[in-house]
Design a protein around this ligand. Structure first.
Ligand code: 3HC
Length: 283
């Protein structure tokens, strides 16, 4: 059993907490206030109940897993965590500040991991006294379903920390792991995000309808969902954040987010999580 701390109980944090309690870990999830903590718990319970209804887990196991979950609004409760996975929004200053705080609270042997989609790990470790304990562990959405975890080593990460999180993700959580270098987007998002923003550009230009773009990639290439549906699933705010990080890192035009993506995020059309994106999910 690992004493795991998860910072943020949104889509990704809740998914990570769910698979960890199902694997037998004692999991503490940090949220900013009680309402957000209640929402995170509800998210995890809903997903576990779905697994029960699909007979992927027994009702007894689900109950025991949920008994291993604790929600907190105080970071000081992270003092006994052996591993912390941060899953906050992609705001660099927010992550840097949190890691500085975690550095003071946790034991020096604790590993501090970030689930960032695209921000270089060494920048997040900037204010941690010993950056060798900071690593990247990048999960994919939906976390209970997608087998992959990218393990990212910064220039300062220790081989021991990398080995520990690789074993945790692979042997304990049952995920497939790959190693990625500390460049914006790592392996998967560096390939995926240009494809998604290209699809948005194609739709924005009026060249093809959203349905035809999605149908084309599902039926022509065997993708499980088309790029506009996938953008709605990932969250348009996340697609925008990652595209901006990639553009910032490489300065290549094909990473630049198209205006339509910005306008949709500014309008609060974030995809499935907000009920509206390229498609309507309100019902
Ligand atoms: N939580 C748990 N299980 C889920 C789920 C969720 N949110 N969504 C779907 N599932 C399960 C279903 O229960 C079902 O299980 P079963 O086959 O055992 O019954 C299985 O997944 C298939 O689901 P559905 O039949 O409802 O629907 P689909 O066949 O369309 O599959 C999907 C859904 C698995 C999400 C599939 O469409 C898919 O693989 N899409 C691509 C997802 C993807 O590319 N993710 C990566 C995004 S990039 C990212 O996360 C990185 C970030 O940094 C940007």
């Amino acid at each position: 059993m690992t004493q795991l701390g998860v910072v943020g109980g949104g889509t990704m944090g809740a998914g990570i907490a769910e698979i960890a309690i199902r694997a037998g870990d004692d999991v503490l999830v940090l949220e900013r206030d009680q309402a957000a903590a209640d929402a995170a718990r509800a998210r995890i319970e809903k997903s576990i109940n779905r697994a029960v209804s699909k007979s992927k887990i027994s009702a007894d196991d689900a109950e025991q897993a949920l008994a291993r979950l604790t929600l907190t609004t105080s970071v000081s409760n992270f003092a006994d965590r052996e591993l912390v996975i941060e899953a906050l929004p992609e705001i660099e200053a927010l992550k840097v500040g949190f890691f500085a705080e975690l550095d003071k609270i946790t034991a020096p042997t604790a590993i501090l991991a970030t689930n960032t989609s695209s921000i270089p790990i060494i920048r997040i470790a900037k204010d941690v006294a010993d950056p060798s304990r900071v690593v990247g562990v990048h999960f994919f959405n939906p976390v209970p379903v997608m087998p992959l975890v990218e393990i990212i080593s910064s220039l300062a990460s220790s081989p021991e920390a990398i080995e520990t999180v690789t074993a945790y993700a692979r042997d304990h959580l049952g995920k497939k792991t790959i190693q990625a270098g500390d460049r914006g987007g790592f392996v998967v998002n560096a390939l995926l995000i240009p494809y998604l923003v290209d699809a948005i550009r194609m739709y924005e230009s009026g060249y093809a309808s959203k349905e035809d773009i999605d149908t084309g990639m599902v039926n022509g290439c065997g993708h499980p969902m088309g790029p506009l549906t996938l953008s709605d699933t990932v969250g348009l705010d996340v697609v925008l954040d990652v595209a901006e990080s990639l553009y910032d890192e490489f300065r290549q035009p094909h990473y630049a987010p198209p205006p339509l993506l910005r306008r949709m995020v500014e309008a609060g059309y974030l995809g499935k999580k907000s009920g509206k994106g390229f498609y309507d999910y309100s019902s």
